[in-house]
Design a protein around this ligand. Structure first.
Ligand code: PLP
Length: 392
């Protein structure tokens, strides 16, 4: 008997084209080490608010253990619609313009899959959250990264965006408040981006998962609320960060009904519906947990002020993060690459940070640290980083 050999890969070209996650690689090492202060993971250290947990348990006890509408429960869609109206004056029809997704992760995938054809270009800011680019590649699209810089406070430069628009540009993908830089877009930047989208007839996909986590008197504004934008924007928002609900896997997308219908097609065939328990719990989060959001934001802010001041004191310049829960210090003075810095800091001082190049080449020279760990742990991390730098 002969065994047939073939050089043909068992995996698709698209899967080959997506590089392995720079973050995952790091966590695999970290998981094997004791006494590590992890400033690596991008998820709240808080538990889900008690009222939300109770709502989830009550939902199960009431026998709500079945599928919901593919769009999601009407109760949650109504809650999302009121929520965005209250925050941004954005009014979406809960029947046709809101889709409940399994995290913003699924929302991003469904949005890109719904609007991108092979060869279509998607402009996005870099450093960039690690899923944006793979989602574009999985859809056969071409990601066109625009470098953002610390000297511009990591703002996305509208002129650079305009210069990158080509005949194949279909969408502008923005994610602010930004992971990893913490940048919040200035109102005039947002306006200029909106004008470009209108001028070139682009769809805007906006990941606003950190919209509630904004500090120091800064405000997040929704691009969809600007003139000419609601009809061309897919707003992605979620519960993972502001309500400390990462494990519930629940989020939403709001857009004109034709775009939501396109996303629904993707969603219904790969997901069907988001978890019923999580939808019921998220409805309560919107109506009853404003005080919990405020409490967590205040604590992130307290940590942020202490930690960023500490990094500066150690000679690691850090643009003030105005939103999300990360600080993105410049580590170039250490003479190390961001990979070396992160690897050696982990092995020598047991502090885990993410190398900035995991967010694209323009993140080289920086590392991402999260503020979603206790104040005391952040203080201890500064002591260890100081010792690490002193040993250089
Ligand atoms: N978007 C950004 C910018 C994120 O940082 C994350 C998680 O870290 C996500 C989306 C994924 O969120 P979800 O838990 O809703 O899938």
């Amino acid at each position: 008997m002969t065994i047939e050999t073939t050089t043909r890969s068992r995996l698709s070209q698209r899967v080959h084209d997506v590089p392995p996650s720079g973050i995952r690689k790091f966590f695999d090492v970290l998981a094997t080490m004791p006494d590590v202060i992890s400033l690596g993971v991008g998820e709240p250290d808080f538990d889900t608010p008690e009222r939300v947990i109770e709502a989830g348990v009550a939902s199960l006890r009431e026998g709500r253990t079945h599928y919901t509408s593919n769009y999601g429960t009407i109760e949650l869609r109504e809650a999302v619609s009121r929520h965005l109206d209250g925050l941004y004056g954005l009014s979406y029809d809960p029947e046709r313009e809101v889709l409940i997704t399994v995290g913003v992760s699924e929302g991003m995938h469904a949005a890109i899959a719904a609007v991108i054809d092979p060869g279509d270009e998607v402009i996005l800011a870099e450093p960039t959250y690690s899923s944006y680019l793979p989602d574009v590649v999985f859809a056969g699209g071409v990601a066109v990264p625009i470098r953002t810089r610390p000297e511009d406070a990591w703002q996305l430069d509208p002129e650079a965006v305009e210069a990158a628009v080509s005949e194949r540009t279909k969408a502008l993908f923005i994610g602010f408040p930004n992971n990893p830089t913490g940048a919040v877009l200035e109102p005039d930047t947002l306006l200029a981006l909106a004008e470009i989208a209108v001028r070139h007839d682009l769809i805007v996909i906006t990941d606003e998962i950190y919209d509630r986590l904004v500090f120091g008197g800064h405000r997040h504004e929704a691009i969809a609320a600007l003139p000419g934008m609601k009809g061309r924007t897919i707003v992605l928002g979620g519960f993972s960060k502001a309500y400390a609900m990462t494990g519930w896997r629940i989020a939403y997308a709001c857009a004109p009904s034709d775009l939501i219908d396109g996303m629904l097609k993707v969603h219904q065939y790969i997901i069907m519906t988001a978890s019923t328990t999580s939808q019921d719990a998220a409805t309560v989060a919107i109506y009853e947990c404003e005080d919990d959001v405020a409490r967590m934001v205040a604590e992130y802010d307290r940590r942020r002020r202490m930690f960023v001041a500490g990094l500066e004191r150690l000679g690691l310049p850090t643009v003030e993060p105005r939103g999300a829960f990360y600080a993105f210090p410049d580590i170039r003075a250490s003479g190390l690459s961001s990979d070396e810095f992160a690897t050696r800091l982990l092995h020598e001082e047991r502090v885990a940070v993410i190398p900035g190049n995991a967010f694209g080449p323009s993140g080289e020279g920086f590392v991402r640290t999260t503020l979603a760990t206790s104040y005391e742990q952040l203080e201890e991390a500064l002591v260890r980083i100081e010792r690490f730098l002193g040993a250089r």
